[in-house]
Design a protein around this ligand. Sequence first.
Ligand code: KIV
Length: 265
Amino acid sequence: MKKTTLSHLQQLKQQRQKITCLTAYDASFAQAIDQAGVNIILVGDSLGMVIQGHASTLPVSVEQMIYHAQNVQRACKQALLLVDMPFMSYASVDKALHNATRLMAEGLAEMVKIEGGDWTLDIIHALSQRGIPVCAHLGLTPQSVHQLGGYKIQGRATEQAQHIAQQALAVEQAGASLLVLECVPAPLAKHISQQLKIPVIGIGAGQDCDGQVLVLYDILNISAGKKPFFSQDFLQSTGSIQGAISAFVTAVKNQQFPTDAHCIG
Ligand code: KIV
């Protein structure tokens, strides 16, 4: 299998073929995901919750992201390696340039992900102008959990939905190459996916995004705590880790996942 590039992801969007993305934090799971043909492996700062057991992603450091990215990268042969910039590591343009450089040069990330809208535009511009591909992340942005008052659905009210749609256009114009949309109503995600030229990857954002991302431990049903409404246990029906990952890929590609039960109307 050929290495996934940005232009390949763009092509998949144009051809209306769904893009798949799963999180990984170590080489063994990364290898299983890579071999199943998943397009993007995300070293998510969700590792703060599923690996480290914290209540949020906020305690995760740049050092830890680099460590996990290095482990995943060694097994990532065909998937594009996307790495989260952790909380406050991109609070200014200078900080973002410094830390994204580390994630790319030491962690061997091929794209970095940052959460937030308006205030990130300068940062997205600065990184992308210097050859660092950026994935923006809008809707429910877990690093802002305390400001949002919990892990809540975003964009239900018309005004908030319009604001998210404006931010989506703005991050694209600033230079983002990809957008993750989390926990927003399906009609809003559909509208944004149609408006944007860049691929939109949804999580709890309905069937009409250009692709889907889930946390690996959620599809294996081994995450502690409350199960997110937008995820599905793919292990139960398949009986093996490799089977579960392949079933996720097939279900997304064939548009059998997500179903209405995983979406906000
Ligand atoms: O950190 C993460 O795993 C993420 C996904 C939930 C999109 O950002």
